[in-house]
Design a protein around this ligand. Structure first.
Ligand SMILES: *[C@@H]1O[C@H](CO)[C@@H](O)[C@H](O)[C@H]1NC(C)=O
Ligand SMILES: *[C@@H]1O[C@H](CO)[C@@H](O)[C@H](O)[C@H]1NC(C)=O
Ligand SMILES: *[C@@H]1O[C@H](CO)[C@@H](O)[C@H](O)[C@H]1NC(C)=O
Ligand SMILES: *[C@@H]1O[C@H](CO)[C@@H](O)[C@H](O)[C@H]1NC(C)=O
Ligand SMILES: *[C@@H]1O[C@H](CO)[C@@H](O)[C@H](O)[C@H]1NC(C)=O
Length: 496
């Protein structure tokens, strides 16, 4: 994501979004949500986070690995708070674009604005050799991000995506991995198109052979159509116009196939739904065929053609992920709003947050990588909001058609359990009735109980609090939601 620029826009967009929500788009008063198990949106793959910056700073921290990648109760750094682990099962590993050694007499040009925490160390030192065993490669680079990836694997993470913010600096025209000298200019030298994909595929092959990591997908781009990647930018980034993407994708396909990697080819990780739709529509059938999975970022927040993108991608039989989402609303209300919009209209099979540790309300945990030493601060309310989803909607469940855009239902056919996550984003209380009459049998737990968890995003009380006070009656149950509250329900004994 393009962070500093977007921060301002985000704040304005969020303020607008919140005021719209409060002034009317949310359902008010009581209503009934129904779920139709004969229609579904596919099998859920999981929730995740990109590694990159936070992991290359905090990558040795086992407590953070437990918090992010398990569903255990984890004692926080304050010694008293017990956090419900988020149980993320997807990580995105960032192939670095920076090295600080000369390559044939040339040195990396660094943006005056870039922070060390956002420079990720790359593995390929120069073009003298493509052989990963040669001294053109430094496999000791980036130890901390790699260590966090290994800890994620050891805690059961199932999906590993390899992505690139920028090709390695010496493949770019201006030797600067933050971007070209002018925005909207391609920065990867045309004669390095294949070399960039060789870099990505070589990392995946080396990881399989040496790190016990099987990358499940590889994406050679990050927000490639964005015109915000620039030589004086504050992070690694690279513009690829659609024509350049069309040239790079076949090389990426070839490198994956010739190495017999099992990784899917993911593209293009555009910044928003509109961009992703335009880019996808501009690909001819051979390019579409080369892509296995379409990744989109959620930076349009409440806006954008989610349904159209789903139709365009799903009609070609491709997997669709929201592979990056983030904003600075520390309450989690925006996260719940936009995630529910994704589930209701975009129908991704996975959803990945950008940086789970970050500053300015962007993180689930407030953390400053540039403090000396790097700091880890308070847990955001947003953390508990994500837990309401990620701990309950689990890999392998089926997302069921819902009549209500603010309620998502996931069915676990192994345990005959239905999970519902629902939000009242309005500023007044609301009673929602959940009508499960389209299932043949709905027992609930002992005595018909429906355990529930609640988080009040406005900080008025519940933070993933557990309650046993709700019961199934005639395949229905009603629950009062306080204002701006997310609740999760687990209904046992449900049969299709
Ligand atoms: C991280 O841990 C590894 C071993 O687990 C150790 O070799 C390395 O020095 C540690 N790095 C930092 C920055 O603490
Ligand atoms: C975590 O703590 C809660 C509340 O004390 C408890 O109900 C739950 O069983 C614990 N979970 C695990 C995995 O230990
Ligand atoms: C790789 O990079 C080198 C040096 O820039 C260049 O000479 C070569 O043509 C590139 N190879 C391919 C296959 O793009
Ligand atoms: C490799 O990773 C898998 C999980 O992906 C794990 O089960 C296995 O024990 C690991 N092997 C080694 C040698 O670490
Ligand atoms: C529940 O749903 C069923 C079928 O979908 C419908 O016939 C019934 O009227 C609904 N009940 C309520 C109270 O909405």
């Amino acid at each position: 994501m393009i962070k500093l620029i977007i921060n301002f826009i985000t704040i304005i967009v969020l303020l607008c979004a919140i005021s719209t929500i409060v002034s009317g788009t949310a359902a008010t008063g009581s209503y009934t949500a129904t779920f139709n198990p004969t229609q579904n949106w596919g099998v859920w793959e999981g929730f995740g986070t990109s590694l990159a910056w936070w992991a290359q700073t905090y990558g040795n921290n086992t407590v953070l690995a437990d918090i992010m990648f398990t569903t255990q109760n984890v004692t926080y750094f304050d010694g008293t708070t017990v956090l419900p682990g988020l149980g993320l099962n997807i990580v995105r590993y960032n192939a670095g674009a920076s090295t600080w050694v000369e390559s044939f007499g040339r040195k990396m040009v660094q943006s005056p604005e870039i922070k060390r925490s956002r420079q990720v160390e790359g593995y390929w030192l120069n073009w003298a050799s493509e052989d990963p065993q040669s001294d053109s490669w430094n496999w000791a680079a980036d130890p901390l991000q790699r260590n966090m990836m290994a800890m994620a694997r050891d805690r059961g993470v199932q999906y590993f995506e390899l992505f690139s913010n920028s090709p390695i600096w010496w493949m770019t025209y201006n030797l600067n991995p933050s971007g070209a000298d002018l925005p909207a200019m391609n920065n990867l030298e045309t004669w390095n198109y294949q070399n960039h994909t060789v870099y990505m595929a070589t990392i995946a092959q080396y990881a399989a052979e040496n790190w016990n990591i099987s990358f499940t997908s590889i994406d050679p781009f990050n927000e490639p159509s964005g015109d915000f990647w620039i030589a004086f930018g504050s992070q690694e980034g690279c513009h690829f116009d659609v024509e350049a993407q069309k040239d790079v994708i076949p090389y990426m396909r070839k490198e994956i196939d010739s190495r017999r990697l099992t990784a899917m080819l993911a593209a293009s990780d555009e910044n928003n739904y509109r961009r992703a739709l335009d880019t996808w529509n501009s690909f001819d059938s051979s390019i579409k065929q080369a892509v296995d999975k379409v990744n989109v970022h959620g930076y349009e927040l409440t806006k954008g053609p989610r349904s159209e993108l789903y139709e365009a991608v799903n009609s070609q039989g491709k997997v669709l992920w929201n592979s990056e989402y983030g904003e600075g609303d520390i309450t989690g209300l925006s996260l719940a709003t936009n995630l529910l919009l994704d589930l209701a209209q975009l129908h991704p099979t996975a959803w990945v947050y950008w940086q789970v540790l970050d500053i300015s309300g962007w993180g689930m945990i407030e953390a400053d990588e540039n403090a000396n030493p790097p700091s880890i601060g308070a847990v955001a309310t947003k953390y508990y909001v994500l837990a309401q989803f990620s701990r309950h909607i689990r890999h392998g469940m089926t997302i069921i058609q819902s009549s209500d855009g603010n309620s998502v239902a996931a069915f676990d056919s192994v345990n005959n359990k239905l999970v519902i996550v629902s939000a009242n984003i309005a500023s007044s209380a609301q009673t929602i009735t959940f009508n499960l009459s389209k299932f043949t049998t709905v027992n609930g737990g002992y005595g018909g109980i429906v355990p529930r968890w609640a988080t009040e995003t406005n900080g008025n009380g519940d933070l993933y609090s557990y309650h046993e006070d709700t019961y199934i009656q005639d395949k229905m149950f009603s629950v009062t939601f306080n204002s701006q509250t997310v609740q999760t329900f687990e209904i046992e004994g449900v049969y299709l």
